[in-house]
Ligand binder design. Structure first.
Ligand SMILES: [Ca+2]
Ligand SMILES: [Ca+2]
Ligand SMILES: [Ca+2]
Ligand SMILES: [Ca+2]
Length: 401
């Protein structure tokens, strides 16, 4: 095991359950948890358990700064039959194409990330308003369905979806943010792949080489995570705010756990962004991305400058104004991804487009009804020349993730 693997494993062994971090206030604000989601028969019984990973074996590749995504999730606009794709971020080749919600013509939210731990990004789709907060996930390698559940029972507004390993177990989790109409920027985290964490082994700690015994005091040891299990449910804004949130997950403090970033929807002042620790739920940052703007802020996250820590990337909704922030809220870059006239329907994502191992900023837009995709190096916003265009059957708007 390499030293970096040791360090990574050590951080994973320090897991505490997110539910344990919920304060009574959180719980009362959130209301009774709507426990589990619908499981389709094809998913198998919830108690199905994968064999535990061997300690000492190569760690599972997880989404995050160490492995920038090389696919982009693309979703159809409201008004057309819901269609979601994964495309190769360098070539534009279609990797996966699904119709996630039969007959649904509303808006959808899409995200790319590895939820089953095979190192290949999968496709996660969340239904927009009118879609019963339906979430489905599809294997990026085979197209097989990996998850199918309703994220917020009784709420029929839209949801935003993201992927990140929030509980540090090596498997990407699905993070959802409730859309307009839901109070408080309600975020949930769901496990996708059933698995068990190993118990009773000793490992070497990272930098100082100290031997630690696992688990010294770890409630997750031997714990089985179920398919579709709700790992966390909490509000990220004041409960009087009903503008909904965009959501993304990325490790901004380098502790090995994906942190949760939410951007307040329309109605909130100044493009309010919050960053919460995935591990402790502690508020890591709270900042205003767009002074004087009340149209809402979309968030993405990736290590766009190659320093090993995720930055927060934002877009003022309805505009092409993109900014990159450090985890502390300091602005790194600010630019317009498209000209101020002639373009509309802007979207934001992050993926490694030029294959240099560092995530880039992906900005979509429309002009004369034709979908456009542009990519920029995150460190200095140098445009990256693309050898492809988006599929032409995407008209009127694009969701990317
Ligand atoms: Ca996968
Ligand atoms: Ca996880
Ligand atoms: Ca983190
Ligand atoms: Ca970085």
């Amino acid at each position: 095991m390499t030293r970096s693997n040791q360090a990574l494993l050590k951080t994973r062994l320090g897991i505490e359950t997110l539910e344990d971090r919920l304060t009574p206030a959180d719980l009362s604000a959130v209301g009774p948890p709507d426990r589990v989601p619908v499981l389709l028969p094809s998913l198998g019984a919830p108690e199905t358990i994968q064999s535990a990973p061997e300690v000492g074996a190569p760690l599972t590749q997880v989404p995050g700064p160490r492995t920038p995504r090389t696919v982009i999730a693309v979703g159809s606009p409201a008004g057309s039959l819901a269609l979601a794709r994964l495309i190769d971020s360098r070539t534009g080749a279609e990797v996966l194409r699904v119709e996630p919600f039969a007959g649904f013509r509303g808006e959808i939210s899409v995200a790319a990330g590895d939820v089953n731990g095979d190192g290949i990004s999968d496709l996660v789709v969340g239904a927009g308003a009118g879609g019963d907060t339906h979430v489905r996930a599809f294997d990026g390698a085979t197209g097989a369905e990996l998850a199918n559940f309703l994220a917020y029972r009784g709420f029929n507004g839209g949801i935003a979806v993201a992927v990140g390993d929030v509980n540090g177990d090596g498997f990407g989790d699905i993070v959802t943010g409730a859309g307009a109409g839901a109070p408080g920027g309600h975020v949930k985290v769901f496990n996708v792949t059933a698995h068990m964490l190993p118990t009773g082994v000793s490992v070497y700690a990272g930098a100082d080489g100290t031997v630690i015994s696992f688990p010294p005091n770890n409630e997750l040891a031997g714990r089985t995570f179920l398919q579709g299990e709700e790992l966390a449910s909490f509000l990220t804004f004041d409960s009087t705010f009903r503008g909904g949130v965009s959501v993304v997950a990325g490790d901004v403090n380098r502790d090995g756990f994906a942190d949760i970033i939410t951007g307040a929807g329309a109605g909130a002042a100044n493009g309010h962004v919050k960053v919460l620790s995935g591990r402790t739920r502690e508020l890591l940052a709270s900042f205003q991305a767009y002074n004087g703007f009340t149209g809402g802020v979309r968030v993405s996250a990736a290590d766009v400058n190659g320093d090993g820590v995720s930055e927060v990337v934002t877009q003022a909704v309805g505009t092409s104004h993109v900014k990159v922030f450090s985890a502390d809220g300091s602005t790194r870059v600010s630019f317009q991804s498209y000209p101020s006239s002639g373009y509309s329907g802007f979207g934001l994502a992050t993926a490694d487009v030029n294959r240099d191992g560092i995530a880039d900023i992906v900005a979509t837009g429309l002009t004369s009804g034709a979908p456009q995709l542009r990519a920029f190096r995150g460190i200095d916003v140098t445009p990256i020349e693309l050898a492809y265009a988006l599929p032409w059957d995407i008209l009127g708007g694009i969701a990317v993730g």
